[in-house]
Design a protein around this ligand. Sequence first.
Ligand code: FAD
Ligand code: NAD
Length: 468
Amino acid sequence: MSTEIQTDVVVLGGGPGGYTAAFRAADLGLSVCLVEKESRLGGVCLNVGCIPSKTLLHGATVIEEAAEAATLGITYAKPAIDLEVFRNHKTKIIEQLTGGLDGLCKARNIQRIQGEGVFADKTTMTVNGEEPTRITFKDAVIATGSAPAMLPDLPDDDRIWDSSDALALRTIPKRLLIIGGGIIGLEMAQIYSALGSSITIVEMLDHIIPPADKDVIQPLFLKLKKRYTIFTKTKVNSVTADDSGIKVSFAGAKAPEKETFDAVLVAVGRRPNTNGIGLESLAITPEKNGIIAVNDQQQTVTPHIYAIGDVVGDPMLAHKATHQGKVAAEVIAGHKAAFTPLTIPSVAYTNPEVAWAGLTEKEAKAQKIAYNKGKFPWGASGRALSAGASAGVSKVLFDQQNGRIIGAGICGVNAGEIIHEAVLALEMGADAEDISKTVHAHPTLAETLAFAAEIVDGSITDILPSKK
Ligand code: FAD
Ligand code: NAD
């Protein structure tokens, strides 16, 4: 016997995309069923992604800043770290947020089903939960997210980690190898370095965080290369495990000799969860890398089936998932909605942070777009100097033809907050004069973005203007 449910909308997956779609659909008057296999809502972001990583990063930053305060004449004793308390603190934050989602779900009368959902046909989903459930729906939203990509031929050994293993903070390895110099690799490096691990990073491309411009990354890279061993243009050749550790050999022009590590974190990207959810019953064939193709309304080739978030591909970011979730719900409710942002900002929550939005300089060049560039060094910002952040940089690009902002990149304290001014400017079609003449409070780090615009506007006074 299985429970039978009829609903307007079924949402498969309770991550940021799925719960947002479910909440918005319910608020628009639709009956909603939310299917999630885990006991907690929140998906990767709340449980094993954004939130636990930022909680641990906060602890790492406290440790780093306490040590750096020595330059101000303030010294602290070496920190004593109670891993269990640190872990429990992280769990408490996760429980607080996911518990909040439970409450929001209940208040909206959304039917929550725990179990693994599989589409049986174009209007039916079966759920293998504690008791089997059969859901008949009018529209469906696929929000099954993504899972870590792993390298082939790795030994089955619990010293080889994915990001969830790293966030579990079970142990602090003496020597940690991180494969992949992307955002996960660098955020985890910061956490484990602060906790005492010696860090080696191998990145196959020519610089860390490859999607961002190299000159924007530079202040971060210069700091990190003093603390970590970083090999770019390097790949892992072979990985074997024995009692002494994980033995790794490398390939690349400047590749190191074979080395032994106490743990290896594989952080080489993520893959959409599209296997085993019954896509074939919906006449949907995912692309080779597992991505489900959608239009601006988040509709798949089967128009009453929508897909959102990581499962529709890059950028795999929580804020993209939530916005797409709202669009899907609004389209289902008959609203005229589309997911057509001019930009989705990216932030690496490293120390210093790196943030970028719109076109990078290398993308503008590749697209043969003529641009004007304003690049303001934080060494000329009073606030940055006061905060010990003089190595930062703010860069803004403007289209030479119509003068509008097309992109921005920032490296420095709070770059992830400051970038939103550039995002709004981009969405509003602002030019260099609009940003320059917007009065920014002094002394702030946000001023550095306005100063970068003033360079292009020709009105900069805080540094010498460039000769015409
Ligand atoms: P997910 O969050 O992956 O949720 C999908 C849900 O679907 C899961 O709960 C899963 O259990 C469920 N599910 C899957 N299949 C089924 C099924 N058949 N039946 C029932 N349920 C199913 N992004 C940011 O924007 N900022 C950050 O700071 C950030 N930090 C991150 C740090 C780490 C370590 C990682 C790994 C990721 C991070 N991300 C960050 C990425 C972010 O977590 C994802 O982009 C986001 O969670 C995607 O949301 P989603 O709703 O598409 O999918
Ligand atoms: P990523 O794509 O950001 O970085 C992976 C890196 O690994 C790349 O630089 C790639 O060149 C490198 N790489 C791939 N194969 C390799 C190999 N064999 N050897 C050496 N290097 C190799 O992926 P990620 O860091 O795993 O993150 C996954 C997703 O999660 C991303 O989409 C990211 O946006 C998201 N995320 C976001 C945040 C944030 O917003 N702060 C934090 C964590 C994760």
